[in-house]
Design a protein. Structure first.
Length: 280
């Protein structure tokens, strides 16, 4: 996962640029709903210049006009509707402008291992990668999957699990699903931790690994470049701190593991593997 982060950044930049291009056209098609906030201005009729919130019933209330049904209309359609009402009794050829300041009737929630978790407006049809991009992209702590939690009209919920590698690296378009209002996008955090391989290996030091993918003893030695020429495979030790804070030493003959006589050992967070030097 760590090695893939630069690929994700490149994809993030591409998706971000395409998002900027498509969002303006999608906003023009946006259908107004409850809780949306509209800015209305009418040239020559200052008492109608105001910011209003759409009610739960899908209506706005304006001086002179009273309640006006706007749910399901685009901003342009609301402009035409208000213009028709005003032309009947108040203005000749009224110039009405409607701007949707906040699209609160259609939002999605993004949290977890993204750079800017929060609530995001769903303008037009937007897909999973666009919303992840709006949230700043995946952080280095992202796990292997993205969970999309969807609530249906009957109150039931379903969780769609999307593989990050299949979505971003393999480019599986079917996984870039269109989102729906009130979807929750959760990227589980898979913390980066350390295990240490010291002594007679080719690249001793700390290994940064994901908590969900901590290596075994042989895997860790392999990631540290393998045994050096003078390594003593029979005298390997694992230093570990137990639940009570006490240090314990696990002695391992790696030859027995390589021959299949004993099982490989699963390492734990902050384990220190020490490979001693052989003097024979």
């Amino acid at each position: 996962m760590k090695n893939n982060i630069f690929i994700y950044i490149g994809i993030f930049l591409f998706v971000f640029s395409s998002t900027l291009y498509t969002q303006d056209s999608e906003s023009a098609d946006y259908r107004i709903g409850p809780k949306d906030i509209l800015e209305i201005s009418v040239f020559g009729l200052d008492e109608l210049n105001r910011t209003v919130r759409v009610s739960e019933e899908g209506k706005i209330t304006l001086p002179l006009l009273g309640e006006v049904e706007v749910q399901g209309l685009t901003a342009a359609q609301v402009e035409n509707k208000l213009g028709e009402f005003l032309e009947k009794d108040y203005l000749q050829d009224p110039q009405v402008t409607v701007f949707i300041r906040e699209h609160l009737s259609k939002i999605v929630y993004v949290d977890g291992a993204v750079r800017s978790p929060g609530t995001y407006e769903l303008i037009g049809q937007q897909r999973l990668m666009h919303i992840i991009t709006k949230a700043g992209g995946l952080s280095a702590e992202a796990g292997d999957d993205i969970n999309v939690i969807r609530t249906y009209p009957d109150g039931t919920t379903d969780t769609l699990r999307i593989s990050i590698d299949e979505l971003y690296l393999d480019g599986d378009a079917d996984l870039n699903i269109p989102l729906e209002p009130n979807d929750s996008v959760h990227v589980p955090i898979d913390k980066v931790i350390n295990v240490y391989v010291m002594g007679e290996v080719r690249s001793p030091g700390a290994l940064e690994v994901k908590r969900s993918n901590i290596p075994t003893l042989l895997q860790a030695i392999s990631q540290a470049g393998g045994f050096a020429e003078r390594a003593s495979k029979g005298g390997v030790k694992i230093k570990r701190v137990d639940e009570n804070g006490k240090e314990i030493i696990i002695k391992v003959n790696v030859k027995d593991i390589e021959k299949g006589k004993k099982d490989d050992i699963q390492l734990k967070e902050n384990d220190v593997v020490i490979v001693p030097e052989s003097f024979f």
